[in-house]
Every structure is written in C-alpha cells, then in structure tokens.
Design a protein around this ligand. Structure first.
Ligand SMILES: Nc1ncnc2c1ncn2[C@@H]1O[C@H](COP(=O)(O)OP(=O)(O)OP(=O)(O)O)[C@@H](O)[C@H]1O
Ligand SMILES: [Mg+2]
Length: 359
C-alpha cells in the first residue's frame, strides 16, 4: 500500500488563489480525513490528488512516484463522489462491475471481485436488484462497492454520506469504520462534519481558506488544539470563548475577565510569563463545567435549558458572552436562578486574541 505525499500543492483560478502551499504526508494504510467549513478547498484538494483537476504548483507523490501530471487512471486510485448516481437500468452486480467490464477484465475475475466486495458490504442478497429497489443506505454501499471492486491502492471519498438522513448517516459511518478496518487501504475522506472526522479518522487535517490549520489524531486535536479555529471546530457542543487578560499576581498569572478570575498554577504561570498583559481568548468546553457548591464557585444564571435526556445544555452568560454548559442531570433543569460551577485548570484553553494561536 502506498504512502501519499503532497508537497507545496497550490491551486488558483486566474489570480484567485484557492489552495496555498499544502504539505501533507499520508502514511501507509491510514484513514485521513480532510475537514473544514464549506469552500475551504477540501474537494479541490481531493480532485487534484485524483487527477481530475490540474495543479497550479507543487507535487503529488504516491509511493515516491511523482503523479502530478499523470492521468487519473494511471494513479491507482478509486473515488466515491458525493453525487454517486448509479445506473438505474443496471442491477447491483452490473453497477458494481461496470468499470471492470469497461477495462475488459476476464469474466471469472469480475465475478470473483463482485462476490467478495458484495460480501464485505453485506450486499450479497441484493445483487440482482435495481437501484430503485434499494434503500438509501444500500445504494450508498453499492456506490462504495463500485469503487472497492477496482482494488485500488487508495480510496478517495468526497462527502459520501451527505445526502443521507441523520440516522442513516450514523449507521453508515459505523459500517465505513468497520469496512476500512477490514480492508486496510489508504482512505482519504472529505467532510465538513467534525463528528464524522472524529469517529472515522486515524488522522484529521483541519483546513481553512485553503490552508492546513492543524493535522493530528482526533485526540490531539481535541486535547491540544493549535489555535482557536481548531478548538472551535472540533468538539460538540462548540467550545465557549471569553475575552480575558493575562495579569501578573506576585509570581503567578491570573486569567481575568468580566465576572471571572482564574489563578493559574506556578508551572503554567511560568510558561505564560512572556505573554503577560496580552489580550487572550479563554476557551472552555461546555463539558468542562462541574457543578460546585464551593465558596469560589462561579455563580452562573440559567438563561435557557435544553433537555436532551441523559444530559441538559444550560445556556448561560459569562464575561458578557453567551455560553453553553453541559450537565448530566436526571431531569430537565428549570430556567431562572443561578447555579455554581467550577472549571479545572487543565480545561482552560488560552489563545492569543490577535494571532489566535494557542498559548
Ligand atoms: N472552477 C472554479 N472556478 C473558480 N473557483 C472555484 C472553482 N471551483 C471551486 N472554486 C472555488 O474554490 C473554493 C474551494 O472549493 P471546494 O469545492 O474545494 O470547497 P469545499 O471545501 O469542498 O467546500 P464544500 O464543503 O462546500 O464542498 C471555493 O471558494 C470555490 O468557490
Ligand atoms: Mg466539497
């Protein structure tokens, strides 16, 4: 299985730059997810890797071989598009074998591959059916099967689950994770959904405006976001951000804002001394608030409460901003009044307000 390396990849339409110098290495057998908001250049990057779009600069290497100028069919890739239109007049087996028949594979070989892939995707009972006789999820699996029979070294997916309803998305996501574990091929998967990215990726590449904001394992991105953008993008409900200042208090540093003051430990203070006096954004995840009766607890108003069953999300206010607080409670939380909360020091994320980088 191949390693894929992208070096200083660029794309511009006229003088409008879309991708600005992308560097990325995808290891052998890795499931890489490109994630980011609409228009950040995910599909463009994937299409350049596939060879469906020309590159304005840089190089794409597959297993050390420069494929930047090669035709799609010379790259040993198979792609599943968002809009996967199956051939309506062909049954599942014929849909899946289309590319192989076009490439004049021997019929015994075609039959074997279709049978194997259909078994992997639980499609064996449906091989004789037409697409109109299948559910959305089954059709989606046929589209994947069509790519898998080609037995390519790398599979590229562009938002393959985006036109399914929420429940089907969830079950297809699990099936995809199982399938990728079984076939162990390189997968590059594009989505704007951070939950899909977190649950499927060995490695997640967060993009914004044609640039990589951070690449790492799901846990790295969640625990140690490199900047405010990644912190706000990964995790649900979204991280809360509060305006604050770093203030020296004897030999320690305090994060001080409207209605709150967190005195940091000597170790963390030491690493922040150079940033004293700087305006920061304090990031706190909704799940980091712990109920507290202590005298130093933050007293936060319950402006609104969203009951989700096992949890509730309290909408509150702190530092002049609206914040979300996730609480485990057995029943709905009444609106009005205040509740006491504390936040552990390791759950306080600090970002430079100007550069947005993590401090
Ligand atoms: N042929 C084109 N000519 C000019 N600009 C283009 C062209 N194709 C794409 N773009 C622009 O390139 C940018 C990136 O597009 P791309 O399709 O890669 O985004 P994306 O991250 O896949 O977004 P989405 O999540 O909405 O699919 C967008 O701003 C888009 O308008
Ligand atoms: Mg796209």
């Amino acid at each position: 299985m191949p390693e894929i390396r992208i070096e200083s990849l660029r794309k511009a339409y006229g003088d409008h730059s879309i991708i600005e110098g992308l560097d990325l290495t995808m290891a052998d057998g890795e499931f890489t997810v490109l994630v980011g908001p609409s228009g950040c250049g995910k599909s463009t990057t994937l299409r350049m890797i596939a060879g469906l779009e020309t590159c304005s600069g840089g190089a794409i290497l597959i297993d050390g071989r420069d494929v930047t100028r090669l035709e799609p069919k010379e790259r040993d890739l198979a792609m599943v598009f968002q809009d996967y239109a199956l051939y309506p007049h062909m049954n599942v087996a014929k849909n899946m074998s289309f590319a192989l028949r076009l490439a004049r594979y021997p019929s015994a070989e075609i039959e074997r591959r279709v049978r194997d892939v259909a078994a992997t995707l639980d499609l064996t009972p449906y091989l004789d059916r037409k697409p109109a006789e299948l559910s959305g999820g089954q059709r989606q699996r046929v589209a994947m099967g069509r790519a898998l029979v080609r037995d390519a070294g790398t599979f590229l997916f562009d938002e393959p689950l985006s036109n399914l309803d929420a429940k089907l998305r969830g079950s297809m996501r699990a099936e995809l994770a199982l399938m990728s574990r079984r076939i162990r091929k390189n997968m590059i998967y594009v989505t704007h959904d951070q939950v899909e990215a977190m649950t499927l990726g060995d490695r997640i590449v967060v993009m914004r405006h044609g640039k990589i904001m951070q690449a790492g394992s799901p846990e790295e991105l969640y625990r140690r976001p490199a900047n405010r953008f990644v912190a706000g993008f990964i995790g649900s409900p979204t991280m809360n951000f509060l305006k604050a200042d770093l203030v020296g208090e004897e030999d320690r540093v305090a994060v001080v804002g409207q209605g709150f003051r967190f005195l940091l430990s000597p170790e963390r203070s030491k690493s922040l001394h150079a940033s004293l006096g700087r305006a920061v954004d304090l990031g706190v995840r909704p799940s980091a608030f712990e109920p507290s009766e202590g005298a130093d607890a933050l007293q936060l108003p319950v402006v609104l409460s969203e009951y989700l069953g096992a949890q509730s999300v309290i909408i509150s206010e702190l530092g002049g901003a609206r914040i979300a607080i996730e609480v485990n409670a057995s029943g709905p939380i009444p609106i009005g009044g205040t509740r006491g909360f504390k936040v552990a020091e390791e759950s306080l994320y600090l970002f430079d307000s100007k550069t947005e980088t993590s401090l």
